[in-house]
Design a protein around this ligand. Structure first.
Ligand code: ZN
Length: 223
């Protein structure tokens, strides 16, 4: 796996930078593995229960995040924060009905499984991560008003027409009580219509934003 990653880096950036990066990744990985074997544990991953001294570094060309990826479930800090929020604040285990989970994160899978009154369908545009339904956000294969809960994180920035996607999300939500939990990732997000909408609805949000029908989403029609 790491060799295929190295090959792709070599194709994109050339032999010397890719090889330098490759050895850096190996060195940092060896350092973290040794730390976890030799030093006292001080971290615990909420997603899988792994305990150790340090998480693995996330290293890409020109970009490094230290102490980031869980060696067991590969969750990053964002996933771990979402996991704790879903479990402790949103209390996902107490929810019931039908949930549509777009681009499902592997690290959050135990939570969806543990919510026994919630029937969660994993949806993606590509057949990966054990998805239940293949679907394009711009034209979802669901009837209107079927979902009590929709989970859509860091997806809209990858959709060509996010305004159409937002209207589809609204359409499939149960009218009157459906909840849309949503965030938009960085990158070209300043160009996104949906980010403008979320900023207007909740200017100070830094984490998951819960939009509820009919309180929030009817504003879609007027924007
Ligand atoms: Zn983990």
């Amino acid at each position: 796996m790491i060799l295929s990653w190295y090959r792709s880096q070599k194709e994109e950036f050339g032999f010397v930078p890719a090889t330098w990066l490759f050895w850096r990744v190996l060195w940092r990985r060896a350092y973290v593995i040794a730390s976890n074997r030799l030093l006292l544990k001080r971290l615990r991953c909420p997603c899988c229960g792994w305990e150790g001294r340090r998480f693995l570094d996330y290293i890409e060309m020109g970009y490094t995040v230290r102490n980031c990826a869980c060696p067991c479930c590969d969750s990053h800090s964002r996933h771990r924060a979402l996991f704790v929020w879903l479990r402790d604040e949103y209390r996902i285990s107490e929810k019931a009905g039908i949930a549509l989970v777009f681009a499902p994160e592997k690290a959050l899978a135990p939570l969806w499984k543990a919510a026994t009154n919630l029937r969660a369908y994993k949806v993606d545009v590509e057949p990966r991560r054990g998805v239940d339904v293949l679907g394009d956000l711009r034209q979802l294969p669901f009837a209107s008003g079927v979902a009590d809960l929709v989970w859509c994180h860091h997806v809209l920035e990858q959709v060509e027409d996010d305004r159409v996607a937002m209207k589809e999300l609204k359409r499939v939500l149960l009218s009157g009580s459906g909840e849309l939990i949503i965030s938009v990732g960085p990158g070209d997000s300043r160009l996104l219509w949906s980010l403008g909408l979320l900023t207007k609805l909740c200017p100070a949000t830094g984490g998951p934003l819960v939009l509820t029908l009919p309180r929030d989403l009817p504003r879609l029609d007027s924007m």
